[in-house]
Design a protein around this ligand. Structure first.
Ligand SMILES: NC(=O)c1ccc[n+]([C@@H]2O[C@H](COP(=O)([O-])OP(=O)(O)OC[C@H]3O[C@@H](n4cnc5c(N)ncnc54)[C@H](OP(=O)(O)O)[C@@H]3O)[C@@H](O)[C@H]2O)c1
Length: 248
């Protein structure tokens, strides 16, 4: 199937690791000009872009800290200066902290909310005018946002909010931008591995129809599809990529 992504510009936040890094690699293989957003790991994002250039693709790395409105504005300005406009934005960056429900303090709550929900909202608001008509946006939620998670309730609430933000943004931008979302289950990235480090070693076998956790590329493929013109009739949807977690 032709995803029709050739020569389109795509911006992925959280591209220095895990799912975002895998998504940038896949977009580059589809012929996109890729913009890899990083917060602290500039080296990983620059190495990713160098690898893509060596393979005849192209792109750039850009700094963005979703906790900082100033950084969001500067990032959008840097992208617009370099590319003029973009075809798609992928709101992939996220932060998680395993803290018991009763122990979460205000500062930690605010920080998780800023990275996972407030930042993506203000980035959407700032970047939407620079998305070409017919373009797309993909948010990244989590199964925690659908099922609840008392061991990281701030994260779960922020990811539930992302599903709601997806629907509101889909309605707001319907005439120009298709907005959708993916909701992964545990995925083998630094964040995912940390989330299950103390879990029962048979968790995947007991709880998932897949009987294993996801590889980053398995989530990234769904992101790439949703972003592409091949998903032209999908609006405001949240696609589960969780190995059948709710069915067991
Ligand atoms: N892995 C899972 O099991 C799982 C399950 C469900 C949903 N998800 C969601 O999938 C997305 C990707 O997660 P992942 O597992 O690939 O995570 P990861 O490997 O830990 O990578 C997280 C990425 O987010 C970036 N980031 C963190 N804080 C940021 C901030 N303040 N501003 C901008 N970027 C920031 C990091 O950048 P630097 O490293 O450069 O700082 C990094 O690139 C997240 O939204 C996550 O919630 C993951």
């Amino acid at each position: 199937m032709d995803l029709d992504l050739q020569h389109k510009t795509v911006f992925v936040t959280g591209a220095s690791s895990g799912i975002g890094l895998a998504a940038v690699e896949l977009f580059a293989k589809e012929g996109c000009f890729v913009i890899a957003g990083y917060r602290s790991n500039a080296e990983a994002a620059e190495a990713l872009i160098s690898k893509i250039r060596a393979g005849s693709g192209d792109g750039m790395a850009v700094h963005i800290d979703l906790e900082s409105p100033k950084s969001i504005r500067e990032c959008v300005a840097a992208i617009v200066e370099r590319t003029g406009s973009i075809y798609s934005v992928i709101f992939n960056a996220g932060a998680n902290k395993l803290t018991a429900f009763d122990e979460i303090q205000e500062e930690e709550w605010d920080s998780i909310m800023a990275v996972n929900l407030k930042g993506p909202f203000f980035l959407m608001q700032a970047i939407a005018p620079h998305i070409t008509p017919g373009g797309s946006a993909v948010f990244v939620s989590s199964i925690a946002g659908q099922m609840g998670a008392p061991g990281h309730v701030h994260y779960a609430v922020s990811k539930g909010g992302i599903i709601s933000l997806t629907k509101s943004a889909a309605k707001r931008y319907a005439s120009n931008i298709r907005v959708n979302c993916v909701a992964p289950g545990v995925t083998l990235t630094p964040m995912g591995e940390n989330a299950v480090k103390d879990a029962d070693p048979d968790y995947a076998k007991r709880m998932l129809l897949s009987r294993r956790f996801a590889e980053p590329a398995e989530v990234a493929k769904v992101i790439v599809f949703l972003a592409s013109p091949a998903a032209s009739f999908i609006y405001g949807a949240t696609i589960d990529v969780n190995g059948g977690r709710e069915l067991r």
